[in-house]
Design a protein around this ligand. Sequence first.
Ligand SMILES: NC(=O)c1ccc[n+]([C@@H]2O[C@H](COP(=O)([O-])OP(=O)(O)OC[C@H]3O[C@@H](n4cnc5c(N)ncnc54)[C@H](O)[C@@H]3O)[C@@H](O)[C@H]2O)c1
Ligand SMILES: [Zn+2]
Length: 362
Amino acid sequence: MKHVSVSLKENSYKIIVGHNILPKIGNQIKSLKIGDDAVVITNPLIKKLYGNVLAKSLKKSRISVKFFCVLDTEKSKSQKVAFDVIQKIAQHDVKKKIFVIALGGGVVGDLAGFVASIYKRGIPCIQVPTTFLAQTDSAIGGKVAIDLPAGKNLVGAFYQPKLVFSDVALLKTLSQRQVKNGLAEAVKYGVIKDKDLFGYIKRNSKKLLLRDLFALSHVVLKCSRIKADVVSKDEKEKKGIRTILNFGHTVGHAIEAASSYDRYQHGEAISIGMRVAGSIACTMGIFSQKNLRLIEDLLSEIGLPEKIKNVNVASMIKTMAHDKKNISKKNRFVLPRKVGQVCVMEGISLPLIQKTIKSYCA
Ligand SMILES: NC(=O)c1ccc[n+]([C@@H]2O[C@H](COP(=O)([O-])OP(=O)(O)OC[C@H]3O[C@@H](n4cnc5c(N)ncnc54)[C@H](O)[C@@H]3O)[C@@H](O)[C@H]2O)c1
Ligand SMILES: [Zn+2]
């Protein structure tokens, strides 16, 4: 078991990373002294796979367990599901000291974190991420949200968990597509902050795709350190430091939105977004073709998409105009300078963006 600290004064917490550590979670939670009654928010698939191991460990530490399952779809990040879960928690919450455990990927993590943030003006939340994407990214940093018909993640908060507990052995049951999806975020961390991590992923891409537990632990730990460091410096994205985590996301989010969130998974969309951002940086003369090829080759080796298929470029551009990163009406891009270093640039010319996106369309 390895630890990473997220340092945020009274909101500080630990990220624990290891393999086959889920049976030990009870002790870890008990030592936090946050309550004796766990409400586990998850979905039926994950409950079937890991619910028993989690419940056994909690009960051994004399923590009571109640499971609430939501459907296995992004639609669970909705007002209706959030308030259904809250009603059920309220009925269950009699003479108890409850806290929430989010057992699942980013969907469960965002929903459960949101529920914990508003029930009784906030109850403690533990994140137990079960996807590669959630372990490297979404479970860390306290962004919790549900979606509205008008857009994704529009209702939410910054609400830090009390613990993130990442057991990479849980990733063994993930689909190959989900593993690739998580690797896209891991490549992002390499490009923005850590060329050694980038090199490690390159040398070990086959092992990672085969879910070698040692390689997965190494990558989850490195990504957790980077995210913890960035979040510790800029918890609420007010100093422009946290913005670098959005490398590849401006175009990535636009691809997801323009394809109605059902054709591209998040990691797939941002992998194309990273290619586009890299190419824009090359045209601007701040990034070399050689380095762009390095990134693109790695993404291709992993098996992430190379081209945007059947997505309307005009609607992508429209979505980008609403990007949350934009300030004072200017667009903002995170652009690479070399592998391991990025910068944030404003007011990139629209024709350049359009031309580059078009060059990545199939
Ligand atoms: N809060 C943040 O900072 C942040 C960052 C990035 C993404 N997100 C959000 O995360 C969500 C996407 O998360 P995701 O990619 O983890 O998708 P997800 O939560 O939908 O999980 C993907 C699929 O994998 C299954 N699954 C999960 N764990 C499994 C396991 N161990 N074995 C087998 N199957 C398993 C799930 O049931 C689901 O079908 C989006 O809603 C996105 O907005 C949030
Ligand atoms: Zn992301």
